[in-house]
Ligand binder design. Structure first.
Ligand code: EPU
Length: 421
């Protein structure tokens, strides 16, 4: 299995460009199923989860052609199969995003429980999705590890999310866009990727209002025509992760091709803890801080502090002066990885599965580690870059799932990081 070997302490500086957002690309690819015409996607991140989504689409009978380094063209006219292959769908959470479009266009889909990072209770739940698809008019059977959804006719719904869910909001948005009539979704997630999806669907013939607010109204239609090409928005989690790399390593790094407003919460915290930065329309420069103050956070749905930025923030807090409490409210198992940071010399006390106390600053030391999931993986890379000695990180498939050619891009900043097979 490939590993990263990171020699910490090299001074970092320069520019790093942000890729297209994983969590936007993984919704636009299955959205292609909604249309009979071709869809070209630009600024596609070439990451493992995107490769799995393309594999899954091809397995259904769609054709996917590379049209450039970061572009593909999708034609879904050849889709004949209605079953999402378990061996592929198992590998990533967003395989669930294929269900709504398949149901809306073909009135039938079979799918296994989706895979992805092991960060939630049990295997991350899809109860809300099942509940909503049933409300849209689908019958649901479960046998041989597959859910089987079928509907003669789907109808619009008025649905209240009892918990805020990103992928479920997006799933219902795509499904409702192809069901004539008025669907109302209440207590929706409000992430920028959802707004981008709604704008794309609107440009393709849907009538959606309220994206980016808790209530969305979707006037669905019989036929949608993809507005091609679609350009994937910049990855705000990469933006935030690189910003925290710069802050934690006291570097001067300019992050380009990003939308700083999408990480407004983190920048407001930078103001409080003394990390200097400068922003432009599509860049963020994070400059070295003389001292960084500790500051407690609680993860929250957007525009609150993103759970996906919690792990690099923990590393930043190991470099801050004082005590901070990190409260992870979204996932049950997203703090377990911090045990590895303790092995590297961080002073961390786990209060319960949702809360840790970090006492800083600490000089981190190199260790042999294993990346347990995507976001913990990037945090370990950042920790390795500021640690004394050579850190070895195994299981980097988990990092490749969401970060494109990470080592090459970090080397562009002067980092000493190698991928070894
Ligand atoms: N939940 C349920 N039932 C459901 C769905 C969700 O109880 O049917 C719970 C989850 O267990 C969790 C909470 O609701 O506690 C939020 O889950 P959500 O559904 O919002 O998560 P998601 O849609 O599966 C997306 C991102 C995650 C990101 C969360 C933030 C994608 C593909 N994934 O996940 O990204 O952490 O929203 O809420 O968009 C990542 O990129 O590393 C990542 C994990």
């Amino acid at each position: 299995m490939p590993k990263f070997i990171i020699k910490g302490g090299s001074p970092l500086s320069g520019q790093i460009a942000v890729s297209g957002a994983k969590n936007a690309a993984l919704k636009i690819i299955p959205a292609a199923i909604l249309f009979a015409n071709d869809l070209e996607i630009h600024n596609l991140p070439r990451i493992e989860d995107v490769s799995r989504a393309i594999e899954l689409l091809r397995d259904l009978g769609a054709s996917v052609e590379d049209t450039g380094e970061k572009s593909i063209r999708i034609s879904t006219q050849g889709i004949t199969k209605k079953r999402l292959e378990k061996t592929i769908a198992d590998k990533f959470r967003s395989s669930i995003m294929f269900v709504g479009p398949m149901l809306a266009r073909f009135r039938e889909v079979e799918f296994p429980h989706p895979g992805g990072c092991v960060i939630g209770a049990g295997s991350r739940p899809i109860d809300l999705a099942l509940e909503g698809f049933k409300a849209f008019g689908a019958t649901i059977e479960h046998s041989d590890s597959y859910y089987h959804l079928k509907a003669d006719k789907l109808h619009p719904i008025d649905y209240f999310f009892t918990s805020v869910s990103v992928t479920t909001t997006e799933s219902f948005l795509m499904t409702a866009a192809l069901i004539p009539g008025r669907t109302v979704l209440r207590n929706c997630a409000m992430e920028p990727e959802i707004e981008a999806l709604a704008q794309f669907l609107n440009a393709s013939g849907a009538k959606i209002t309220g994206a980016g607010t808790p209530t969305m109204i979707i006037e669905g239609t019989d036929v949608l025509k993809a507005k091609s090409p679609f350009t994937v928005i910049p990855d705000r989690i990469e933006t935030g992760s690189f910003a925290m790399l710069s802050a934690a390593s006291r570097s001067d790094i300019t992050i380009t091709d990003c939308i700083p407003g999408h990480i407004g919460n983190l920048l407001a915290i930078f103001d409080k803890i003394g990390v200097p930065y400068e922003t432009g329309a599509n860049y963020l420069r994070v400059k070295p801080a003389s001292t960084i103050a500790a500051y407690s956070i609680k993860t929250h749905e957007y525009p609150g502090f993103s759970t996906d930025l919690q792990s690099p923030y923990v590393v930043l807090m190991t470099q801050a002066k004082g005590t901070s409490i990190i409260h992870e409210t979204i996932y049950d198992r997203r703090l377990i990885w911090t045990d590895m940071l303790s092995q590297m010399g961080a002073e961390i006390v786990m209060c319960d599965p949702h809360r840790i106390i970090v006492q800083g600053p600490s000089q981190l030391v190199a260790k042999k580690l294993m990346s347990p999931d995507l976001r913990a993986g990037i945090a370990l890379v950042i920790a390795g870059l500021i640690a004394d000695g050579a850190t070895e990180i195994d299981n980097i498939y988990q990092i490749d799932r969401g970060y494109e050619r990470l080592e090459e891009r970090l080397r562009g900043l002067g980092a000493d990081i190698e991928r070894i097979q």
